[in-house]
Ligand binder design. Sequence first.
Ligand code: TRP
Ligand code: ZN
Length: 467
Amino acid sequence: MSRSVVLGPVAVLLVCVLVGCDGGVEGVAGSSGVRDPYFPKAGNGGYDVTHYGLTLDYEPRTRRLVGKAEIRARAEKDLSAFNLDLKGMDVRSVEVGGEPARFNRSGDHELTVRPREDLGGGDSFVAVVRYEGVPEVVTDPDGSEEGWLPTEDGALGLGEPTGSMAWFPGNHHPGDKASYDIVVDVPEGLEVVSVGELREKTVDGGRAVFDWRVSEPVASYVVTVAVGEFEVRRSVAGRLPVYVAVDPEEAEAGAEVLDRIPEVMEWAQDNFGPYPFSSTGAIVEREDDAGYALETQNRPVFPGAPGVELLVHELVHQWYGNSVTPKSWRDMWLNEGFATYAEWLWDEDHGGDSVQDVFDALYEGDYFEEEAESDGVWAFPPARPPDAARISDSPVYERGAMVLHKVRRTVGDEVFFDILRGWAAGRRHGNADTDDFTAFVEKAAPDEDFSGIWDDWLYGEGRPRSP
Ligand code: TRP
Ligand code: ZN
């Protein structure tokens, strides 16, 4: 038996509102930001990037970068236009689906693209942006410098929180992770080190071309390209390929600690569970080349040879930060509190101070030499930095780690390490926020009351009344 359904005009309208209709209904413009509480114009609404194919040609002598970004994405609704983030650089052309698209630049870093035809909600599309210029150095709200940094012997792409938009166009917000192919063409004699694995290096006609690929999702702030003279050492940690690149000037100072990468990886996997990526390593630049170390995916960047705690910190970010990535810049303590806690755990496990000793010293104000620094721990609640300039301040690091220690003391070691591993496993390659974490902890230990910890340590102003 068959029934034919005849829809009246009101019903048709309703169906169109619910599912969208072809023809007649126009796509809308995707938004120019995703309303991040600290960087409202970072990222863009209306689409989700699945893959970046970057082809870069860099000339250190002139600092000129010529780039092609092939951006594969999915429209989340019908779109007449969408934005990419790109700071500086000249855009030569944009194509969408193989057709030239109109584009214009506005604000600090908005590149608006208007495809010839609207994109349908749910459809995949490919945008190709050709651009060139001398990339800008970006100064963060906290005063640190990033973007595409010229170094003594090349350049370094560094991007937390917003530097990556200085060297490739994209959806530059941690909420939209994607895989990457990064092909970089430089003068012969220089090395290029990036995220993921090196698939091929070809040298021809005075140029060297490096083809890097990472297939796991990467947040754009932990993408890097390092161009320069490097001593490259390949080894294995268990079955995991290790690729370490060290500036020759740092090679001697760095050798001992970098040789410990397999040991650190084994220790980290024991504590935090299976490593979420396909290779590991490190990139060591000269001390003056960058203002901060960064947990760039697979292999962190260090300005100068790191100590073992800093190595532990950046490698553990691969679990907490790179695999489990904050939904917004407000959730930074989920990165830094965990990576700091890992440093304390490393010391505790290797004959140093216990985590409880560190916690007590911080609480009593004996941890830092300077009083101002000791007081700084209590400047604001870890989960609520007051502004963008302070997302990398001490409360996010030390007090964030203290929150974890409060949880450990409440649930005991067994459940605590289950929580650390379960959080990394459950949110693997995804995004999470503070509410997700507190809910996860509460579920893991349903008989405990965590409200005091959340209220006083995570969200409360000032130094909590009891340790
Ligand atoms: N994530 C880096 C580290 O811990 C430090 C850092 C650089 C940072 N820029 C930031 C942290 C911006 C938070 C926000 O090694
Ligand atoms: Zn960190």
